[in-house]
Design a protein around this ligand. Structure first.
Ligand code: HEM
Length: 264
């Protein structure tokens, strides 16, 4: 199963052009959802106004090479490693989900768009990576969903309580789960089950990409932008209009040591 290209097996019934159009439709849904989100929630407008206001407080003008170095350091040290999630399980689960999803999307695009080119679609490395990507997403996503979600780990809600904020993580893991089940049943030649999970895989993708406006999908664009702005503000001394940290010793009393902070 892991070496079989599921899109290649499917192309016997569905012409590759339809699969390519589906991918393009998902990209359009993603762009439309993000743009609509930016216009309606005005978060990007606030972000730029705040950055402009902070710039007036800047203590030094950064040269372009200094700016480039801050951006590069943020990308390599923070964004690609999601360092804001600290050192624990939360970060490992996120890295599994993030890189799993990126590998899954890239290999899906490569396999779908090279179906008509005889040699490239036969390479087994892409199906292997596609299955590994889906497995990593499931591992990170279900770990987060069952054990690490703030509602479950800190607010003692049961794992099966679903709210709108769960739309992203749920549609993400369910898409990968259906992809794996579709591939499994298709390679086992259980046609009916294979077709059922293929339809469910398509529906899950429509919910994932069509739900961008209502879900946390766009955090993957906003978070990097906010991290870059925060570090630029640190470097030019404007500090996002926040006061400098105090140089006085921390005095919170002994109570703060009794329990690790986990009630948000
Ligand atoms: C393909 C890229 C990415 C995927 C698939 C992804 C996936 C996820 C998922 C499924 C969640 C859980 C959402 C929830 O709270 O229900 C999440 C949360 C989060 N993501 Fe991402 N993410 C991506 C990129 C990024 C990037 C680039 C950053 C930061 C630079 C980032 C930072 C975060 C943070 C801080 C959280 C909150 C985690 C928590 O509450 O424990 N993510 N992400």
């Amino acid at each position: 199963m892991i070496t079989a290209n599921p899109f290649s097996l499917l192309s016997v019934y569905i012409p590759s052009i339809f699969m390519q159009l589906f991918v393009i439709l998902m990209v359009i849904l993603l762009l439309a959802g993000t743009i609509f989100d930016m216009i309606n929630k005005k978060n990007v407008k606030y972000f730029f106004e705040n950055a402009k206001k902070a710039k007036k407080q800047a203590k030094k003008e950064l040269s372009s090479s200094e700016r480039a170095s801050v951006v590069l350091k943020t990308v390599t040290h923070e964004i690609l490693t999601t360092s804001e999630l600290g050192k624990g399980k939360r970060r490992i689960a996120h890295l599994l989900g993030m890189y799993g999803t990126i590998i899954f999307w890239i290999t899906s695009i490569i396999m779908i768009f090279s179906l008509s080119k005889t040699n490239s679609s036969n390479l087994t490395i892409y199906p292997i990576l596609w299955h590994i990507g889906a497995l990593m997403t499931c591992l990170g996503g279900y770990w987060f969903w069952f054990f690490l979600r703030v509602d479950v780990s800190s607010e003692a809600h049961p794992w099966y309580r679903i709210v709108q904020a769960d739309l992203f993580v749920l549609s993400l893991v369910i898409t990968s789960t259906f992809a794996l089940l579709w591939s499994f049943f298709q390679s086992s030649e259980l046609v009916l089950l294979g077709n059922l999970f293929f339809v469910l895989f398509c529906l899950a993708n429509i919910i994932l990409f069509g739900g961008v406006y209502w879900s946390k999908f766009a955090h993957m664009f906003y978070k990097p932008g906010a991290a870059i702005q925060r570090n630029l503000a640190e470097a030019d001394g404007s500090r996002d209009n926040l006061p400098e940290p105090s140089d006085q010793p921390k005095q919170f009393g002994l109570g703060i040591k009794r329990e690790a902070p986990k009630h948000y």
